[in-house]
Design a protein around this ligand. Structure first.
Ligand code: GDP
Ligand code: MG
Length: 163
């Protein structure tokens, strides 16, 4: 069985861009507007000889109670349930938000292995901007740039560790 990695986060943080990076495709639609991916989207990833499955998800609002947002949250919970590891994606340029806190709280209840990827951090390896993300209680924030392909390899290595 290939390990399964789910990409989770609020809209527009770069989940689909990261998915494309992992699968080396343009299958996931990258958008400048929020919430385009409404269901779950599977792809094959490979790092050296290691193969894995990656799941892209829509923007996640764990507290959504109605409509399409609720359906998206359901899809995301399903992706998390199927995953061996979750990459929780946040956006260093937008900073920490209440929705990020809601997602962190939800992920904690699942008991899944979670890695905190701080995206859009091109050229920001040890930037002070990363520090606020410790507040999420999801361990060390891992700076990455999905768009520029920075930090992705070590992120995936950490996600696959132990599987
Ligand atoms: P999603 O809604 O989480 O799937 O986010 P998308 O992958 O659709 O990306 C949302 C926007 O962020 C797009 O305009 C992307 O080009 C941009 N983006 C994604 N990754 C990066 C990154 O590493 N750096 C920067 N500067 N922009 C990024
Ligand atoms: Mg997307």
């Amino acid at each position: 069985m290939k390990p399964v990695i789910a990409l989770v986060g609020r809209p527009n943080v770069g989940k689909s861009t990261l998915f494309n990076r992992c699968t080396k495709t343009r299958d996931a639609i990258v958008a400048d507007f929020a919430g385009l991916t409404r269901d779950r989207h599977y792809g094959d990833g490979r790092m050296g000889k290691r193969e894995y499955i990656v799941i892209d998800t829509g923007g996640f609002e764990p507290t959504a109670e109605t409509g399409i947002i609720k359906e998206m949250a359901k899809q995301t919970r399903q992706a998390v349930a199927e995953a061996d590891a979750v990459i929780f994606v946040v956006d260093v340029r937008a900073g920490l938000s209440a929705q990020d806190h809601d997602i962190a709280s939800y992920l904690r209840t699942t008991g899944k292995k979670v890695l905190l990827a701080v995206n859009k951090a091109e050229g920001m390896r040890d930037a002070p901007a990363l520090a606020e993300f410790y507040e999420l209680g999801m361990g060390e924030p891992i700076p990455v740039s999905a768009a520029h392909g920075q930090g992705i390899r070590s992120l995936i290595e950490l996600a696959l560790e132990g599987f």
